[in-house]
Write a protein that binds this ligand. Structure first.
Ligand SMILES: [Zn+2]
Ligand SMILES: [Zn+2]
Length: 384
């Protein structure tokens, strides 16, 4: 896979699709992206950022703001079921969120910047690792080399099936929900299944806890805010008919469009777990993982995107779902400057994200490159 060049974007996108690697293991993908960027001779090329992250900096001679654009390197642990020439080489792993397309769009934007560098300020193109697990953006922020890049403006786009192809979906304020995974472990004592009274089974505590967790959103004070708890997994004891279980696990995901409500739901889950454990004489531990903050769109950044889309004649629509219930770890990065997450309609009938039959819609590649270039134009290039 030598000499990747950004010129043919759909070919590039398909080669990235074939490379699919899961979060945190994006070594080959990062090397491919770094090689493609190196061929464009950016002013700076950083690799190994927060894991396998890559950033290219294109600087202008004059002083001006720093505009950061972000794409994601990772694929998902979902098998490729499509019979396509560019099918994933990795068993059980495929680009089912379209991050291959987002990378190709950013590489296309890099090519435009190489041909016509900014007149002032600088543009930083970031390819972040581990978006799907919510760890990559935080890892970037913990890397001092990334910290030195300090953007004034930051944008990311995501393809969105179920919306008109090529439409730009925008909203000020909460764009995508925050979420967190909750893992609750309950420990009692096993006994013979014939003598459950001799052990301490977590069965009743689990039954009560599931209901308490599902009902947590009903206790939220502001009904206008999104509050959602989804039970994702439970397990009690072992698959053995002779043993009264001595331990259990309950996993749930909490979501909200408000960081305060998120904190309340997380605290509520903790309290529900310790109350159920205490009432049934069990030990209990609660941990949180895959924490995504609410993705918050700055009004000024949204106006820039809307203007760029308007100049290109692209339809701008406000999504009906308010905000999107899924989460994005771009929320961590958006807080670095004035930021906006941009939705790019992938077609109303296009297979949904994370579905086995999803493949990125290549028709979006030129739309994405055009939009990002126009945003850069708005912010760091003087009028032609
Ligand atoms: Zn995804
Ligand atoms: Zn994604």
């Amino acid at each position: 896979m030598a000499n990747p060049r950004p010129s043919d974007l759909s070919d590039l996108r398909r080669r990235l699709h074939a490379l699919a690697e899961v979060s945190g293991r994006e070594e080959t993908t990062a090397a491919f992206v770094a090689e493609a960027l190196a061929s464009l001779q950016p002013d700076e090329l950083l690799t190994g950022l927060g894991g396998h992250g890559v950033a290219a900096v294109f600087s202008g001679p004059g002083s001006g703001p720093t505009v950061m654009l972000r794409a994601e390197l990772d694929a998902l642990p979902i098998p490729e079921t499509l019979d396509i020439d560019h099918a994933s080489f990795s068993p059980g792993v495929a680009h089912k969120c379209g991050h291959d397309g987002h990378m190709a769009i950013l590489l296309g934007t890099a090519e435009r910047l190489a041909a016509r560098p900014p007149a002032c300020g600088r543009c930083v193109l970031v390819f972040q690792p581990a978006e799907e697990t919510g760890q990559g953006a935080a890892a970037l922020l913990a890397d001092p080399r990334f910290g030195a890049l300090k953007p004034d403006w930051i944008f990311a786009l995501h393809n969105l099936p179920g919306h008109p192809e090529g439409a730009i979906l925008l909203r000020e304020g909460a764009f995508a929900a925050g979420s967190a995974g909750v893992t609750i472990r309950l420990t009692g004592r096993t006994s013979h299944a014939a003598y459950p009274e001799q052990g301490r089974s977590p069965d009743r505590a689990v039954a009560r806890l599931i209901l308490d967790l599902i009902n947590l959103p009903d206790r939220q004070r502001d009904p206008g805010r999104l509050a959602l708890v989804t039970i994702v997994h439970t397990r009690i004891g072992e698959r053995s008919f002779g043993i009264t279980p001595g331990e259990a696990e309950v996993l749930a995901t909490v979501r909200s469009d408000d960081d305060e409500v998120m904190a309340e739901l997380m605290e509520g889950a903790k309290l529900a777990a310790s109350a159920a454990a205490a009432d049934h004489g069990l030990a209990c531990s609660v941990s949180f993982s895959e924490e995504f903050p609410v993705t918050w769109n700055d009004p000024a950044a949204v106006r820039i995107v809307a203007r760029a889309a308007g100049d290109l004649g692209l339809p701008v629509i406000e999504p009906r779902e308010s905000p999107f219930r899924w989460s994005e770890d771009f929320g961590h990065l958006a807080a670095l400057g004035r930021g906006a997450m941009i939705g790019l309609g992938a077609g109303e009938e296009h297979p949904v994200l994370h579905a086995p039959d999803f493949d990125f819609n290549d028709a979006l590649l030129p739309v994405g490159v055009g939009l990002l270039e126009e945003i850069i134009q708005e912010l760091i290039r003087p009028p032609r």
